[in-house]
Design a protein around this ligand. Structure first.
Ligand code: UD1
Length: 384
């Protein structure tokens, strides 16, 4: 019997982490061995601390292909990725292409696949900020509308897709049970399926806490538990405009209550560090990007998080650390509703981040990747 090939397309930091969840489920669960999973790295992120370090610390095999696309204008970067992915699709004829999150890599994988009539599974489908100026929003909307299997991390994500006309919604958007089959063998396989499986980032966080607890990051940085804050800024909306970046730094430095704020600097943001004057440098300390385990441990033991990253907003929520989001809106509305997260424009003091109402199950139960791998396997076997 011929081998079934499944492509996984990754390229940016959060995608290596999401893929880790799927990889573990593929290797731990009983996945039929006639399936060959092929990992393709577009090369969107290429610095050691943005890419290789995650393969090392999660002990996942290196990608089968690295397209080495690197940085460029959005159009060129995406086009180069599409070209490289299409070549591999033509070479291997995969039964399914799995894409992750909302980056240019996600969109490139989806466009290359849909043009060659290869079905797409989107991990982290249905998120919306309703701000089309964000490149990530365009990437999400287009990817969802090219996809056949839409794996949502929450009910809100399912509802967003319903509003956009998706009809085949499993269990009305409730988290499906772990062993549930959602593939209807009699239905048209190309009719998109929307299913709430929970968030794969929660899977990774739960597995990682024990390993992360041996991290020496707090000592290395000379910190004391709960006596420091953590900051990240990398979104284009905050880094393309120096005035905006300065406004955010001023906000953070006026909010730190004398605590040092550790600033993990994304490469995109490096060019702006000159804007940090002496006064700001007194309370904000820039450092190189951290590994996942180090970052998790740093966040877990911090007093307060300032971030424009989606992943970090959720990690703060799961770890019960108050978070201030440095954006005008967020896709992760449940973190705001829970009281653990607040948009910076609405921030009125640390004490106002009320933190007693969190329903820790709004993003699933830490078994999203098992559900995804089961559905993917059933889907490709059905198609054969
Ligand atoms: C991308 C994603 C964003 C995700 C983020 C996670 C898009 C549109 N955005 O943003 O959704 O949250 O990754 O980190 O895809 N650079 C380096 N070294 C690297 C990678 C990037 O120096 O390893 C620099 C380059 O100068 C580049 C800039 O960072 O121009 C931006 O990189 P890019 O991949 O375009 O987008 P991110 O800001 O990383």
């Amino acid at each position: 019997m011929s081998e079934i090939k499944i492509f996984h397309i990754v390229g940016a930091r959060p995608q290596f982490i999401k893929y880790t969840a799927i990889y573990r489920a593929i290797t731990n669960d009983n996945v039929p061995n006639e399936m060959k999973h092929i990992l393709i790295h577009t090369g969107q992120h290429y610095d050691f601390l943005m890419s290789d370090i995650f393969f090392q610390e999660f002990k996942i095999p290196l990608p089968d292909y690295n397209l080495g696309v690197g940085s460029d204008e959005h159009g060129k970067q995406t086009a180069k990725m599409i070209e490289g992915i299409e070549e591999l699709i033509l070479k291997y004829n995969p039964s399914l292409v799995v894409v992750y999150g909302d980056t240019n890599t996600t969109l490139a994988g989806a466009l290359a696949a849909v043009k060659q009539h290869v079905p797409i599974a989107h991990v982290e489908a249905g998120l919306r900020s309703f701000n089309k100026k964000m490149p990530e929003e365009i990437n999400r909307v287009l990817t969802d509308h090219c996809s056949t299997l839409l794996f949502c991390p929450s009910k809100t994500a399912v509802n967003n897709l319903k509003r956009e006309g998706f009809e085949r919604v499993i269990q009305n958007g409730e988290l499906i049970s772990e062993g549930e089959s959602v593939i209807d063998l009699d239905a048209d396989a190309s009719f998109p399926i929307v299913v709430n499986v929970g968030d794969v980032m929660y899977d990774v966080l739960l597995w990682s806490l024990e390993v992360a607890s041996s991290s020496d990051v707090i000592k290395r940085l000379g910190l004391k538990e709960k006596q420091y804050n953590v900051l990240t800024i990398h979104r284009a909306e905050n880094t393309d405009n120096p005035e905006k970046f300065r406004e955010l730094l001023n906000f953070v430095s006026n909010t730190t209550n004398g605590r040092i704020t550790i600033f993990s600097v994304h490469p995109r943001t490096k060019k702006l560090l000159d804007l940090m004057d002496d006064e700001i440098q007194q309370c904000i300390k820039p450092i190189e990007p951290l590994s996942y385990f180090d970052m998790l441990w740093l966040v877990k033991n911090s007093n307060l998080i300032f971030t424009d990253s989606g992943g970090l907003q959720k990690e703060a929520y799961w770890l019960k650390v108050p978070c201030v989001t440095l954006r005008e809106q967020t896709e992760w509305v449940e973190t705001i509703e829970s009281g653990w997260n607040v948009l910076y424009k609405n921030f009125t003091g640390e004490h106002t981040i009320k933190n007693n109402s969190a329903d820790m199950n709004v993003y699933g139960d830490g078994k999203a990747s098992k559900r995804i791998v089961k559905i993917i396997s059933e889907f490709v076997l059905q198609k054969r």
